[in-house]
Write a protein that binds this ligand. Structure first.
Ligand code: BTN
Length: 267
C-alpha cells in the first residue's frame, strides 16, 4: 500500500483512508483515540459536536475525504478537492482551566506533528495558522460546545497541487516535492496532541506560551489587523497570558486582539 500511495503524483487523490493503520499506531497513547472515516460529509465539525452531545468520549476523531460545507475561522468556507488533503475533527473534553490557551496548544500540537512527520520548518501565525515559507499549510478551527466539550477541526493541505489551492497557500507535498500519506500525518498530529493534553493536565498550562513563542516568527514583526473596516498596522509585540495578541500600533497605542486575523507585513 505504501508503494502505491507514494507513487501518486502531487495533485492526485490518495485512495481509501487506512483507519486500521492509524488506530494501531496510536493504541498506546494517553488519549483513547477512536478513528472514524467517512468518504464525504457536510463538515466533520458537525459530526463531532453531535457525538459530543450524545456523550461520546474524548478522542473521537472523524476523518473525511471531502466536505460539502467545510468551514474555516471567521465564517469562511474551507474548500478542498476530494481525497487530496487531511480533514478531521477531534472531540476534546478539556476542562475549564485549559480552555483559554487551547487554541494555542492546538496550534503547537499540529505543528509538532507535522514537523515530526515531514521535517518541515513550520511557523505558527496567531492564533493557530500553520505556515511553511510564508504560505498556509494548515488551519485550525476550535469550536466550543456542547459544554464542556470542544470540537477541534484541522485541515492540512497534503497532496493538493497549485491549481487546487488558494493563493498564499501551499501543501505538504509541494513543500517536500513528493506525495505524502495522510495517515502518517494524522498519526503524528494525534500523538503530539495527546502528549500536549497530557502535559497540560499534569503540569498546567505554563509551558504553552513559551512553546508557542518559540515556534512563531511573527512576534517583533510588523502586522496589520482589520476590524469593522478599520485597519491598525503595528508590531506584534507578544502573546498575553490569556492568549490575546498584543499589537503596538504605529501611533504607540496598545491593542489586545482576542479574535480575528492579522496579516503579516513585510519590512
Ligand atoms: C481556518 O484556517 O480557517 C480553519 C480551517 C479548518 C478546516 C477544518 S477541515 C476539518 C474540520 N471541518 C470543518 O468544517 N472545518 C475543519
Amino acid at each position: 500500500m505504501g508503494l502505491v500511495k507514494n507513487s501518486i503524483p502531487v495533485g492526485e487523490p490518495s485512495g481509501p483512508f487506512d483507519t486500521v493503520f492509524v488506530s494501531s499506531q496510536l493504541a498506546l497513547g494517553p488519549v483513547p483515540w477512536t478513528i472514524q472515516w467517512l468518504p464525504a460529509v457536510d463538515s466533520t465539525q458537525d459530526l463531532v459536536r453531535e457525538a459530543a452531545g450524545a456523550g461520546a468520549q474524548e478522542g473521537l476523531t472523524v476523518v473525511t475525504d471531502w466536505q460539502r460545507q467545510g468551514r474555516g475561522r471567521l465564517g469562511r468556507q474551507w474548500v478542498t478537492a476530494p481525497g487530496h488533503d487531511l480533514l478531521f475533527s477531534v472531540l476534546l473534553r478539556p476542562g475549564r482551566t485549559m480552555l483559554s490557551l487551547l487554541p494555542l496548544l492546538a496550534g503547537i500540537a499540529v505543528a509538532d506533528g507535522l514537523k515530526q512527520a515531514t521535517g518541515l520548518a513550520i511557523d505558527l501565525k496567531w492564533p493557530n495558522d500553520l505556515l511553511f515559507d510564508g504560505r498556509k499549510l494548515a488551519g485550525i478551527l476550535l469550536e466550543r460546545g456542547p459544554e464542556p466539550a470542544a470540537a477541534l477541526g484541522v485541515g492540512v493541505n497534503v497532496n493538493s497541487g497549485v491549481d487546487e489551492l488558494p493563493a498564499q497557500a501551499s501543501s505538504v507535498s509541494l513543500a517536500l516535492g513528493r506525495p505524502q500519506r495522510r495517515e502518517t500525518l494524522l498519526v503524528a498530529i494525534l500523538a503530539a496532541l495527546g502528549a500536549a493534553l497530557q502535559r497540560s493536565r499534569e503540569e498546567g498550562e505554563g509551558w504553552v506560551l513559551p512553546s508557542w513563542r518559540q515556534q512563531s516568527s511573527m512576534l517583533g514583526n510588523r502586522v496589520s489587523y482589520e476590524r469593522a473596516g478599520a485597519v491598525t498596522a503595528g508590531v506584534a509585540e507578544d502573546i498575553e497570558d490569556d492568549g490575546a495578541l498584543r499589537l503596538r500600533g504605529d501611533d504607540g497605542k496598545l491593542t489586545r486582539i482576542y479574535a480575528g486575523d492579522v496579516r503579516l507585513l513585510r519590512g
